[in-house]
Ligand binder design. Structure first.
Ligand SMILES: NC(=O)c1ccc[n+]([C@@H]2O[C@H](COP(=O)([O-])OP(=O)(O)OC[C@H]3O[C@@H](n4cnc5c(N)ncnc54)[C@H](OP(=O)(O)O)[C@@H]3O)[C@@H](O)[C@H]2O)c1
Length: 249
């Protein structure tokens, strides 16, 4: 039996990496999926070979009007929402002496303001008993040099998710976060770092993971499926680390 048969799922950052892998899995599990991303060409390319019932919506999560548009188009097409997966995010590196207001604003606009405003727009349209998922990160649990603003943004999102868990208690809507460790996705090419530095950073991350490797997007997708489905019916308010044990040592 498919785990999300007939359910409507909205996924941000769905043109790439974790979001795309999750969209594929949710479609295989019978969901109707709204794939959202900010680059239209990437969305078109990413969805070319997908099977199942889905639409795409071009939306920049940092823009309030785009979050409204995303939810409006979802509701106009599918009526209600069962799963809201707020996954879009960026992780540019800047040690403290290089942090600028622009860097801070960009990271917080996309990683914190975006998911919060999208949630606000979506809440009236989420079925009671539905599920909200955030892609967080283990970064806010440890200290990784250069990831100060990124770590702070994910810590802020974690704090927000606790409040949301309580605010939605009367409607049976579960709120959970996934905290990936290092996962092999295109995000490492978008960090404003030279290729060789990214490669070195990758090697050192992999060495520190108890399981000795990067994770795969599909391993986060299967976690998202678990948390979104009835299999996790009594799991609420948690942040689930999917990191090969990195956060625990
Ligand atoms: N990979 C890891 O090691 C790792 C670890 C911990 C947490 N995470 C988190 O996992 C999430 C997904 O990242 P990923 O690793 O799958 O990387 P990715 O392949 O780069 O995916 C990130 C997605 O977010 C989208 N996005 C970025 N800014 C956006 C905006 N303003 N509006 C709409 N969409 C936007 C990207 O679109 P564009 O391609 O158009 O920018 C892309 O689709 C992020 O929240 C990230 O912080 C990743």
């Amino acid at each position: 039996m498919s785990k999300l048969q007939g359910k409507v799922a909205v996924i941000t950052g769905a043109n790439s990496g974790i979001g795309l892998a999750t969209a594929k899995l949710f479609l295989e599990e019978g969901a109707k999926v709204v794939l959202s991303g900010r680059r239209e060409t990437a969305l078109v390319k990413a969805t070319k070979d997908l099977n199942g019932e889905f639409i795409t919506v071009v939306a920049d999560v940092a823009k309030e009007s785009d979050n409204k548009k995303l939810i409006e188009e979802t509701v106009n097409t599918y009526g209600k929402i069962d799963v809201l997966f707020l996954n879009a995010g960026i992780a540019p590196v800047a040690p403290t002496n290089e942090i600028t207001a622009e860097h801070y604003n960009e990271v917080f606009d996309i990683n914190v303001k975006g998911p919060i405003l999208a949630t606000k727009e979506a809440i009236p349209h989420i079925n009671d008993g539905g599920s909200i998922l955030f892609t967080n990160s283990i970064v806010h649990q440890k200290g990784f040099d250069g990831f100060g603003v990124y770590s702070a943004s994910k810590g802020a999102l974690r704090a927000y998710s606790r409040v949301l868990t309580s605010e939605l208690k009367d409607r049976g809507i579960r709120v959970n976060s996934i905290a990936p460790g290092p996962i092999e996705t295109p995000i490492y090419g978008k960090m404003n770092l030279p290729g060789e530095v990214v490669e070195e950073m990758g090697k050192s991350f992999a060495q520190t993971v108890p399981l000795g490797r990067f994770g795969k997007s599909e391993e986060i997708a299967s976690t998202a499926l678990f948390l979104a489905s009835e299999d996790a019916s009594f799991i609420n308010g948690v942040e689930l680390e999917v990191d090969g044990g990195l956060s625990q040592i």
